[in-house]
Write a protein that binds this ligand. Structure first.
Ligand SMILES: [Cu+2]
Length: 712
């Protein structure tokens, strides 16, 4: 054991030989960086509600845009689309050396895990493209394939984790050294416990070569083969598509024609036996040199073994947490069925509505829109994301009154075709800074590229579906002139936001004067759909500012005459399940408190090196514990308090929510209450007096909202 430790220390020294004082400086710099980043984040969510004057005006300054010849056209990410009513995909996590751009002219090579995918029913749909084999030579980094289906479809995904763990030392075996109870361990000169510091299993970075998939924004079951983030799929380079094809086909058919698996026994016996063999093999061969290690350093002690934990779960009728190599994801994207009689809202009465009232007519549906997927293994979600394990997941409703159908109909009428551009923003880096004595730069990339350009024709309107798939970068979407172009034209590209987090805007919000004049602020995990119209003057324009560009727009070619929807009749109507939630439907009020370890005042590490311990209602995540229980088909109002100085997003898997009140103690005197209409406004003013500022919304649906930080 001592020997192994010695080897690790030496290799750490070789990698990053830096004196302790330098580490201290690095920490300080990182804290400063985090403070700045977070100060920006805290204003993100609020931008939606703040008057224009409070937002910094875009100032192009003196910076120049680069010549377009130095830029690359944005990569159109390959799509895997539905086949009949089924979205079938094989998604694999693999690894290889990837080219990560760090500026328009420079790049670094990093060993990363990434998604490759194909449509088993149509091999022409594969990403990266078939003629550019992925791993060697170093391919460009890129998000996973875009998945596109429709509401009502069956999603059937063969997930394979084929990461070669030999390329990622210490990323697999939990507690290989028997000291940190499963957390990754990092020693640096002068600090034998650089990581996990004060982190404790399972709330620490660990097992980053394990993976799974979270389908963010889908209104489907979070259990079994649905949007289940509590499964951990360990990597295996020997498990191939053909090894599971038959078993998964059986599972997918069951899912489609009968129901989603409920219990372990619902899965095909052949695959269950295959899993048992692979997991046991892992348990008996995984490297382990801690207390009680075998002489050859192979094989886990009983308490770290995976199969006994699966057996335990199965014995209790629960879903087993550990797998090796493969996993079948299958679920149905629900199609909302109108109920014949939606009851009128009941007048506000007691705090708890009688159940029969609460149940009637309240049913959530799947919002058609721009959603996304990413690996979400607890303990390495950040590492999964920094590697680039994310992609767009678009769910369409092409019925005449559906989001997509109505938009397409509007543009078809004006003789145009609405081109769609999917933009996935990522920060790519091979390790988070908690595992790095010296912080690394995290280049902000668009579809894997550094400030690429989108080509548009003069006057053309495109639909941009944007996903902020970064770990920590707030992104402001604004359109500006490049100084080179501004001599010729004075109108930057125009835009209108039409959806937030994959949920369409109500026409009243679309039609607000600030829509298209204020920047759109996207916190990590936010999505925004916008209609963008190119100016009539050809040339280069910038998204962001010339000094801090995110991407560019190159306008060239024949002029097009397109426009934005102007009237309610031209805009997609809201599905009924996205109607405002009236106060009278609120069955229960809840308060949730975001906090962290006592006496902490800064994000990042404390001076003593301890890492922040984040809590919700004073508790850290605990596997198997259900913290909030809601009744199906009822509505509640939750108030989220933030006692930290990090504007951590609030997010519920499965459901979007309406933001009805915001209070930023650092920038506001009183909370801002958002109500549906003038009538509700009158009632609210009466109720709150001048304790709240009341504005007419309607409230916007989000599925991810950065909670303003505590008063500093
Ligand atoms: Cu999510």
């Amino acid at each position: 054991m001592a020997e192994a430790d010695e080897v690790k220390v030496q290799s750490d020294e070789n990698d990053e030989a830096a004196p302790a004082t330098k580490h201290q400086k690095a920490f300080a710099a990182r804290r400063k960086f985090l403070r700045q980043a977070l100060a920006v984040t805290s204003s993100v969510a609020l931008a939606e509600f703040l008057p224009t004057v409070l937002l910094k005006a875009a100032s192009p300054g003196q910076a120049q845009c680069p010549p377009v010849t130095d830029l690359k056209e944005v990569t159109r990410i390959g799509e895997i689309t539905r086949n009949g009513n089924n979205l079938q995909a094989v998604l694999r996590v693999v690894d290889g050396e990837r080219t990560v751009p760090t500026s328009i002219k420079t790049s670094v090579k990093q060993r990363l895990r990434y998604y490759v995918g194909h449509n088993p029913a149509d091999l022409s749909q594969s990403w990266p493209p078939k003629d550019q084999p992925a791993p060697a030579p170093p391919g460009p980094t890129a998000p996973g394939p875009t998945l596109r289906c429709s509401i009502g479809d069956n999603v059937q995904i063969t997930f394979l984790n084929q990461v070669n763990v030999a390329n990622f030392p210490d990323s697999l075996a939990n507690g290989e050294y028997g000291k940190a109870e499963g957390c990754d361990e990092l020693r640096v000169p002068g600090n034998k416990n650089f990581y996990p510091a004060t982190d404790k299993f399972p709330n620490c970075l660990h097992a980053s070569s394990a993976a799974n998939i979270h389908f963010h924004g889908t209104h489907v079951t979070p259990s079994t083969t649905g949007d289940n983030v509590l499964v951990n799929i360990w990597p295996s380079t020997t498990v191939l598509e053909k090894d599971v094809q038959q078993a998964f086909q059986q599972t997918f058919e069951e899912c489609e024609t009968r129901h989603i698996p409920q219990r372990w026994e619902d899965l095909p016996l052949s695959w269950r036996m295959y899993q048992e063999r692979l997991i046991k093999e892992y348990d008996s061969t995984a490297p382990y040199v801690g207390p009680g290690a075998t002489p050859n350093g192979r094989g886990l002690p009983e308490y770290l073994r995976l199969w006994p934990q699966d057996v335990e779960a199965i014995a209790h009728g629960a879903w087993p947490p550990y797998y090796v190599g493969s996993y079948p994801y299958c679920f149905k994207i629900p199609k909302y069925e109108e109920e014949p009689h939606h009851p009128a809202p009941t007048p506000s009465g007691s705090a708890v509505l009688p159940l029969e009232k609460a149940h009637r007519g309240l049913k959530m549906g799947q919002a058609p829109g721009t959603h996304w997927y990413h690996s979400h293994k607890h303990g390495s979600t950040a590492i999964n994301m920094f590697n680039g394990l994310s992609g767009a997941f678009i769910i369409e409703d092409n019925s005449l009154t559906g989001y997509d159908g109505a938009l397409k109909a509007f543009y078809a009428k004006s003789g145009g075709n609405l081109d769609q551009v999917v933009l996935v923003f990522q920060q790519i880096v091979d390790d988070p800074n908690l595992l790095r004595p010296v912080p690394q730069k995290r280049p902000l990339l668009v579809n894997g590229q550094f400030t690429p350009y989108v080509k548009m024709q003069p006057g053309q309107v495109q639909l941009w579906r944007m996903v902020n798939a970064t770990v920590s970068a707030p992104i402001a979407i604004q359109f500006n002139l490049c100084p080179t172009t501004s001599g010729l034209a004075n109108t930057p590209p125009q835009f209108k936001q039409i959806a937030q987090d994959g949920v369409q805007y109500a026409f009243a919000n679309y039609n607000k004067p600030e829509n298209g004049t204020k920047p759109i602020n996207m916190a990590p995990a936010n999505r925004a759909d916008i209609l963008v119209q190119a100016p009539t003057q050809p040339g280069l324009y910038v998204v962001g500012t010339p000094a801090a560009p995110l991407l560019f727009i190159q306008v060239e070619g024949p002029r097009m005459s397109m426009g934005f929807p102007r009237s309610e009749a031209e805009f997609p109507p809201m599905p009924r399940f996205l109607n405002d939630i009236p106060e009278s439907d609120i069955r229960l009020q809840r308060r949730i408190v975001y906090g962290w370890d006592k006496n902490r005042t800064v994000a990042g590490r404390n001076a003593d090196g301890s890492s922040p311990q984040f809590t919700i209602d004073r508790e850290q995540f605990s596997d198997g514990v259900v913290n909030q229980v809601m009744l199906l088909d009822t509505a509640e109002e939750w108030t989220i308090y933030n006692e930290t100085t990090i504007a951590h997003p609030f997010h519920i898997h499965v459901n979007p929510f309406q933001i009805v009140e915001v209070f930023d103690p650092n920038n506001m005197q009183v909370p801002l209450r958002i109500v549906s209409d003038a009538m509700a406004m009158e009632a609210a003013v009466k109720k709150y007096g001048n304790t709240k500022k009341v504005v007419v919304g309607p409230p916007i649906w989000y599925d991810n909202f950065a909670i303003p930080i505590a008063k500093t």
